[in-house]
Write a protein that binds this ligand. Sequence first.
Ligand code: ZN
Length: 538
Amino acid sequence: MKTAALLGLPEGMEVDQIQITETGLVVKVLSTRPQSCCPLCLQPSSHIHSYYHRTLKDAPCAGRQLELRLCVRKFLCRNPDCSRKVFTERIADLAEPWARMTSRLREQITSIGLATCGKGGVRLADRLGIETSRNTTLRRIMDIPNEARASVVYLGIDDFAFRRGYRFGTILVDLESHRPIDLLPDRQAETAAAWMRDNPEIQVVSRDRSSTYASAASQAVPHAIQVADRFHLCKNLTEATQLLLSRCQAEIAAASHTEEPTHSESGKPVIGISEWRAPEPAHVEKARLQRRAGRKARYEKLVQRHEQGLSTKEIACQLDLSQRTERRWLASGTFPEAKKRRKKHSDFDLFAPYVLKRWQEGERNGMELWREIAAQGYTGSERTVYRHLETLKQANVQTSLDPNRLHKFTANTAVWLFVRDKKSLDEVEQEDLATFCQASPTLKRTYDLVADFLRMVRKREGYRLDTWLEQVATSDLPELQSFAAGVEKDKEAVKAGLTWAINNAQVEGQVTKLKLIKRTMYGRAGFALLRQRVLHAV
Ligand SMILES: [Zn+2]
């Protein structure tokens, strides 16, 4: 009785005997239910006609294969109106009438198949003590019924490659339940439209920027709102920016070749615009000079003791210096000045070229300059502007650049400075970006427009799209204009994409999952099998 419960056998099934064989366990089971129902007339009967044996493979027990040898009965149907005279005892909760394995083993094989498929599945099953074949595993997957699914209101649609660059299919995702709901064998507008026509309850279609799914949705569910995916929008903008950058690189290269003198005629030091910073506050300067004086005193003592003939080790000990520093100082021959601190990025940098231009035009009013750049988006204080102007009085700032700074970039790598959120750039990257903008006025204008578009994307400010498009139209940036022309063609969907929270990110996620499944099938995925595995993936 207890063993039967342990093995999870249905009520009325008793374990008669357990044998341990080379391959596993063989459990003999007797049915002791007093009666059984006729499958035809559903009348119970307790008149046993005969006994027979049935063998079922069962889910493994403690890592051993398990075989159930059932002794079940045939009953006589005593209902005079029933055409069935003899029927076999039903054990539906354990196995289907003609099955050779228990339902629970079948479910396990199905799960293994969905997770691994084919030969890999057979090997995994073997490890788990389940004997099966590749065909059985595949048949189990194909046998899973596709129940009628709930209606889909928010549909995400995208394509995927069966073979990269050759053959494509379409994946449809319910954006509410986050589940893939169907796969289509191609990416034709007609196929997608036919599918959508069967689902007229669709209210929103989130899609990529291609015209295929756009026209499918317009044909089949014209009432639905189409949402252009933000990811694809940003990708297209990035591509346009990259083209623009490669055009501007010649411009930058020319600018960076001008040699810069270190002192101008007026005797003031000359600094590059990327090194333009506000003067140190008095207390910082004082502390720096104190540190310098301390270092200088130690340096002088070091030289003195060295001349007296003391050993390196003795001197190091007396002056509390490392021997390495001592050797370095002696080798240099003169007092080594501390390295200049690298300039820290400031919000002012992006506006530096503008302020410098106005200064050279003769504008000396700090408040006015602050007002002008604040109108362009500068968020710093007027005090910072005043302090930068202070430097201008003491040095000549030149717009020429550190010629080596931008050499490491290709259009391909530089584009990321332009399209990433500025807050995610580290200090060096922010300086690089500022240098690009200072090197080329075209790039500064580009950056402003690109950053503005991305702000619109991040903050869902679709209502600003028209203004943005107008600004691009009047700019002299053909690459951005051609991006804008594409947006114009699909404007309503783009505006929806920039306004609604909905997007295709999770569809992309499902495509990634699909690729993973496809890969475990070694590229031989038939469409039907792939569809089953994707729709029923665990
Ligand atoms: Zn009957």
